[in-house]
Design a protein around this ligand. Structure first.
Ligand code: SF4
Length: 221
């Protein structure tokens, strides 16, 4: 049976809360999969995670942070040298330039500390809005926005929380319908769900507790 589509604002709100309630039950401890010990390490790991799995990044970062323990060490290395250290994460030349540029800016402008505002973070090389949201949310616990990665983008569309494909527009839609205290956890939970059941090619809807509120076109039976 196709679930009932909410018609009124109250019904839509109720549906969003039903989704949040189930996500809390299914993924109470969802968090960032990138290993890190500081905001700086998370920033580097997030830059490296573009077009790369978190697992691969987690294999690279322990050795990387042993070799370059502080932003000062990263700021002093030549990007072409760093590129070889991060080769296995792909797009290594661009990522190396971003990481070295980020370290230099953070030292020159922010006293060696990763800044705590979206505005300041967006001036750091390699930190676009998604990366800034990851660092602010996970490292500092500051909910400035919602992290929209490929899982959040796909699932937000399947769950009819947005009709947009552009991550910035998806984020704007999510910000409007989610309580601010849920912005950080919601992304982590959708990413967990996107990996566990609501996978890209063939979602495992029979096992999904959101089945009764989901009317995605590509639902499986
Ligand atoms: S019912 Fe299927 S498509 Fe909908 S959220 Fe669950 S797994 Fe994804």
């Amino acid at each position: 049976m196709t679930p009932h589509r909410p018609k009124t604002a109250a019904e839509r709100r109720e549906r969003v809360f039903a989704i949040l309630k189930w996500l809390d039950k299914a993924y109470p401890d969802a968090n960032c999969a990138l290993h890190h010990r500081s905001p700086w390490e998370l920033l580097v790991a997030t830059i490296l995670s573009a077009q790369c799995t978190d697992k691969r990044v987690n294999e690279v970062t322990p050795g990387l942070f042993e070799k370059y323990p502080t932003p000062t060490d990263f700021a002093a290395v030549k990007p072409e040298v760093l590129a070889q250290d991060i080769r296995s994460t792909g797009f290594f030349n661009n990522k190396a330039k971003s990481v070295v540029g980020a370290a230099q800016r953070i030292i020159a402008e922010f006293g060696g500390q990763v800044p705590k505002t979206m505005e300041a973070l967006l001036t750091v090389p390699g930190a676009a809005r998604k990366t800034a949201n990851v660092v602010l949310g996970t490292a500092y616990g500051i909910a400035t926005g919602v992290v929209v990665d490929t899982h959040v983008s796909r699932l937000s569309n399947r769950l009819d929380l947005t009709k947009q494909s552009d991550p910035v527009k998806i984020e704007q839609d999510l910000i409007k319908i989610l309580p601010q205290e849920r912005w950080i956890l919601f992304s982590h939970q959708l990413i967990f769900h996107g990996r566990a059941l609501c996978i890209a090619r063939k979602p495992r809807c029979a096992e999904c507790g959101l089945d009764s509120v989901c009317y995605a076109k590509d639902k499986t039976s």
